[in-house]
Design a protein around this ligand. Structure first.
Ligand SMILES: [Zn+2]
Length: 249
């Protein structure tokens, strides 16, 4: 099977449980026997952020990894704390929101592209790439926010030239002036909504070439935090680390 390593957990003296996002977007858990022994070659390949090709043998409860081939190491993401902190909210989201035998086909190619972009981009683009990928991932998981149509009536909402726009986290998007009174919408910075829409719809290469400033990127990350809490029911701890790390001031 091919997959992206989302998490590794110690098992016994020298083994690891490796959780991957499989090619169909479902979650796969494997045992890597002896992966924590110093002479093991599989441990380096089954690192967090690696894209791997693994051949497996049937085990008692979980399958056991045999041969592992590295497809993409994403070694910059592993070595550079700024990059890994920007990758971690996505890793945590996918670990918590995907399930075994529940495919989300768009998640895998999008996450491979995200890690490659994070590996190669200038530091100034990292938070924007992280925000873009989180918006894409929650959309592929079934919670696509609406930044240009009223979530209540479907009418087009034009945020150009506005300072603020009505936004409902619970309904997942912008609200038009007619519907505002009967929703729980609050005022959201129009710049944040405009950037959220652009990041959701843009390719990573275009974001890396023309990222928003840190303030705008972090405002979108804050919106993602509220959307994930409302629609998936949990808080991304690694997003909290990104907010408090002070690396992108
Ligand atoms: Zn409306």
């Amino acid at each position: 099977m091919r997959g992206i390593v989302l998490r590794t957990t110690k098992l016994g003296e020298s083994d690891l449980i490796v959780t991957l996002l499989g090619k169909d977007g479902s979650q796969v858990r494997l045992v890597a026997k002896g992966a924590r022994k110093p002479q093991s070659t599989s441990s380096a390949r089954l690192d967090l952020y690696s894209v791997v090709q693994v051949s497996c043998a049937r085990g008692r409860s979980l399958d056991v990894a045999r041969e592992t081939r590295l497809v993409a190491a994403n070694s910059h993401v592993k070595a550079d704390i700024a990059r890994s902190w920007c990758a971690d909210p996505t890793m945590e989201l996918l670990y918590r929101a995907t399930q075994e035998a529940l495919p989300h086909p768009a998640l895998y190619p999008s996450t491979v592209a995200f890690l490659a972009a994070l590996d190669a981009a200038d530091e100034r683009a990292l938070p924007a790439i992280a925000a873009a990928d989180l918006l894409k991932a929650i959309s592929y998981l079934g919670f696509r926010p609406s930044f240009d149509r009223c979530v209540s009536c479907g009418r087009a909402v034009d945020v150009r030239g506005a300072d603020a726009v009505a936004f409902s986290v619970l309904d997942g998007g912008v609200v038009c002036s007619n519907c505002r009174a009967h929703t729980n919408a609050v005022a959201e910075d129009a710049n944040t909504v405009t950037w959220a829409q652009a990041l959701l719809l843009s390719r990573f290469a275009d974001i890396a070439a023309n990222p928003p400033d840190y303030t705008s990127a972090f405002a979108v990350l804050g919106m993602v935090d509220r959307l994930v809490r409302a629609h998936l029911g949990f808080r991304l701890k690694s997003l909290g680390i990104l907010f408090s790390c002070g690396l992108f001031a």
